[in-house]
Design a protein. Structure first.
Length: 177
């Protein structure tokens, strides 16, 4: 029983948030970075940790643990930023997703993926493509394009623009962790 939209074997990058394993299609992953200094941008949601400079581009960094209602990601030796491409209303955006650790790239066939659970009408799982099963373990496969709402993306873009402006006006001397 395969999930609608997943009709072929696909490779996924798996990563941990707490004890849970999540995955994103490798086609949407640009690169994986070691956790670095993140510049906080004022008046952004709590899950928006700030921005980083990625080869001259301002990239917003989102704490995936906070986004999913978990505790804030604490820096460790394995903490990393997964740089992903998110498509919203035909526009492709680059976002850094903060994760506790990256695990591996796995290949899942449609038969190994079940639909997300249906637990009443109050819990919403539209950001999940499905639940992958591998070695008696569940992997939550994210539809990274649906993890963030249009409002949240607009906030992230506003922060990105603000960071670019402060960088261009020379007030970047107040950068912090």
């Amino acid at each position: 029983m395969s999930v609608g939209g997943i009709t072929k074997t696909t490779q996924y990058l798996t990563f941990k948030l707490g004890e849970e394993i999540f995955a994103v299609d490798v086609a949407q992953v640009r690169e994986i970075l070691d956790f670095t200094t993140v510049t906080k941008v004022p008046q952004t949601p709590e899950f928006m940790r700030g921005v980083i400079n990625l080869r001259g581009s301002v990239v917003p960094v989102v704490d995936m643990r906070l986004k999913f209602g978990m505790s804030r990601t604490e820096k460790s030796v394995n903490t990393c930023i997964v740089v992903v491409e998110v498509t919203l209303e035909s526009e492709t955006l680059i976002i850094g997703a903060l994760a506790d650790s990256v695990q591996e790239v796995v290949e899942l066939e449609p038969g190994q993926i079940e639909p997300p659970p249906k637990i009443g009408s109050r819990l919403r799982f539209e950001f999940l493509k499905g639940m992958g099963k591998r070695d008696e373990q569940f992997i939550m496969i994210l539809d990274i394009d649906k993890v963030f709402s249009a409002t949240e993306i607009a906030t992230v873009l506003g922060a990105q623009q603000e960071a670019k402006l402060s960088e261009n006006t020379g007030s970047s001397s107040e950068k912090g962790a």
